[in-house]
Design a protein around this ligand. Structure first.
Ligand SMILES: Cc1cc2nc3c(=O)[nH]c(=O)nc-3n(C[C@H](O)[C@H](O)[C@H](O)COP(=O)(O)O)c2cc1C
Length: 428
């Protein structure tokens, strides 16, 4: 077994929750010490305010924008198109734009708090292509997703490596959703020289690239690596390092993912309704324990089975614990195959650390995998998670990600040796 494969598994193993581990360390933090969740480059960089009436601006804005502001006793909460474990938002987005009318060719940071693009690097004969697809040039967009890991490790400590990767997958899903709304194909790329890019983008040890999404026309042309380094700008107002997270990132970056043929999904969403769904996507906090129809459920499952547009692919298996779907026998399903009959709602509620939403849902889902590359597999789990949020919300069904569950006991329920990467709930 290659050493980095052992590493990915070892980092997953080391971050497992059990009944005992959660009792011993319930992750309580003082909310007033939360590090900032917005990265802002210094004032002297040029900025482009994003105008939602401009389709290029809107395409970029909708990958990350704030969609709901709430005020709680400990301050304002700014919720976004992408969900995030604990609403801590470790992910950032950078976009290289080349050959798009009205935009300077350059690398921009998407400044979510102020809905603008900050031009952090102007292109000449150089660009991101040489790190990602050497020998090619892309007329269009290259999105990079990165993680400012301390935003999440502040609360979730070592387990936050999972949430960084899952959140990154969700963010890729948000990029894909916006692309599909604006009739642009995107391709996800997980295997590329992230280490060199982290260094040239000035991320030090505080932020790391997890994935890339490319949208545009490919041309055979040699593009140089960045001729200048981008200066370091912190994504948080203060920082505490976590060696485990940094090691887990390094180990899971070097391993190559499994490869498969690039195929694009085909959705038949009504454009206006899908646009509204992206804006209104939210995590459910409490279900009314109502059933959903079998037809709606099967529609949602079908969308999950559609292609993921990438050549770097880790296969996931989806287990569904059906509690309340009209016309379906309650029980554990692998895909649509009934593995065992039974009412497991109390069980899934317990497994998800006694969260009522995992008991009162119509279906509680778990994504498992025997991946080669853990970082890729977790991001594909998050990407599918975003698709599940959007398709179920589109059908008027509520949804939430579930990152907290007792790992080994969940594997026992599912009767699998494969790692459980992510849980999700849907229902009404
Ligand atoms: C990776 C991940 C794990 C999550 N885990 C849980 C969870 O265990 N329990 C829960 O109630 N919500 C969970 N959520 C939902 C977040 O709390 C929610 O996304 C966040 O508060 C922002 O709210 P919004 O999704 O409505 O925008 C998770 C979300 C993600 C992306």
């Amino acid at each position: 077994m290659p050493s980095s494969q052992i590493s990915g598994k070892a980092y997953h193993e080391a971050t497992k929750h059990s009944y005992l581990s959660v009792q011993l360390d319930p992750n309580y933090v003082d909310a007033s010490t939360q590090p900032s969740a917005f990265k802002v480059y210094p004032k002297f960089y040029r900025r482009v305010k994003l105008n939602l009436n401009n389709p290029v601006h809107s395409f970029i804005s909708l990958t990350s924008t704030i969609t709901l502001e709430k005020v709680y006793k400990d301050g304002p909460y700014k919720l976004r198109v992408n969900p995030s474990a604990g609403a801590l938002y470790p992910t950032e987005v950078y976009v290289q734009i080349r050959g798009i009318e009205g935009m300077v060719d350059g690398i921009y940071h998407l400044e979510v708090e102020n809905n603008c693009l900050t031009l952090i690097y102007e292109l000449i004969d150089d660009g991101l292509e040489n790190y990602i697809i050497p020998g090619k040039s892309i007329n269009g967009f290259i999105f990079l997703i990165s993680c400012v890991y301390y935003r999440s490790s502040w609360k979730y400590q070592n387990r936050s490596i999972r949430y960084c990767f899952l959140d990154s997958g969700h963010h890729l899903g948000a990029v894909a959703a916006s692309a599909s709304l604006y009739n642009r194909d995107i391709q996800l790329i997980f295997d590329f020289d992230k280490i060199a890019l982290n260094s040239d983008l000035g991320f030090e040890n505080k932020e790391f690239i997890t994935a890339c999404a490319v949208s545009g026309e490919l041309e055979n042309k040699k593009i140089r690596s960045l001729r200048l380094k981008v200066p370091f700008v912190s994504g948080t107002d203060y920082f505490e390092s976590n060696q485990f997270i940094e090691d887990a990132y390094q180990a899971t970056t070097l391993q190559k993912s499994r490869q498969h043929k690039l195929e694009y999904p085909q959705f038949d969403f009504d454009r206006d309704k899908f646009y509204q769904t992206i804006w209104n996507r939210r995590s459910i906090r409490r279900f009314r324990k109502e059933a959903i129809s079998q037809e709606d459920y099967l529609y949602v499952v079908q969308q999950l089975q559609q292609s993921i547009p990438t050549e770097n692919y880790e296969q996931l298996e989806i287990y569904s614990v059906v509690h309340r779907v009209e016309g379906m026998t309650p029980g554990l399903y692998k895909g649509t195959y009934l593995v065992k009959t039974g009412n497991f709602s109390e069980k899934t509620g317990y497994l998800c650390i006694n969260q009522a939403i995992a008991k009162d849902s119509a279906v509680t889902l778990f994504f498992v995998s025997d991946y080669l590359n853990y970082q890729t597999a977790m991001q594909i789990a998050g990407f599918l998670g975003q698709r599940l949020y959007l398709t179920s919300n589109y059908m008027g069904i509520q949804c939430s990600g579930i990152g907290a569950y007792y790992d080994d006991e969940t594997q026992e329920l599912l009767e699998t040796n494969k790692d459980v990467l992510y849980g999700m709930v849907i229902g009404r």
